[in-house]
Write a protein of this length. Structure first.
Length: 181
């Protein structure tokens, strides 16, 4: 059970407006966002940041979802939420299985591998090696690197919130991640 029970949007007009905006852009309000509901303005701004990194970056959808799942490895909530987006973006089951096992499939392009490696290293307290950054630079423009950095930052925070507040996977989502070996 989550450590924080979401606020009642019926009792707070700003929260109701924020939930309506999130629903407009995402189709529903996920429990990870609901646990932030006691700070409606903060949630509104955080959701806008999330909307940017999910829908408005200059990254291909496949690269975006690969980077998200590279960060989400080991987090059932995040993996289960983004697995359908990843397959819709063109990532294959074998590519996702390899990532879930801590490897990169040979079918990923060098650019995709560079983006995923960067996201993983970024998630390690921002400890991105010079070699990883140089490889990323070979494949992506500065705008795309900035977008990837913003995306990684957002999903690192989400993963931390999921863990710290013990956000549970909603019943409508099927757990899809295998246990880490």
């Amino acid at each position: 059970m989550s450590r924080i029970v979401p606020a009642d949007e019926k009792a707070n007009s700003q929260l109701a407006e924020t939930y309506a905006e999130i629903t407009r852009t995402r189709g529903y309000v996920a429990d990870i966002l609901k646990v932030l509901s006691h700070a409606p303005e903060g949630l509104q701004r955080f959701a806008a940041y999330g909307e940017y990194v999910r829908y408005r970056t200059d990254l291909p959808a496949r690269t975006r979802e690969l980077a998200i799942l590279a960060i989400a490895r080991g987090n059932q909530y995040a993996w289960s939420h983004h697995f359908p987006h990843a397959t819709k973006a063109g990532l294959t089951q074998s590519e996702l299985d390899a990532l879930d096992d801590g490897a990169f499939a040979d079918t990923l392009s060098a650019a995709e591998q560079a983006a995923a490696r960067y996201a993983q290293e970024f998630a390690d307290s921002g400890n991105v090696s010079d070699a990883t950054f140089a490889e990323l630079k070979r494949h992506y423009a500065d705008r795309q690197i900035t977008d990837l950095t913003l995306l990684a930052g957002y999903f690192v925070v989400l993963g931390s919130v999921i863990s710290a507040l013990r956000v549970e996977l909603e019943p409508r989502f099927k757990p899809v991640m295998r246990p880490i070996k």
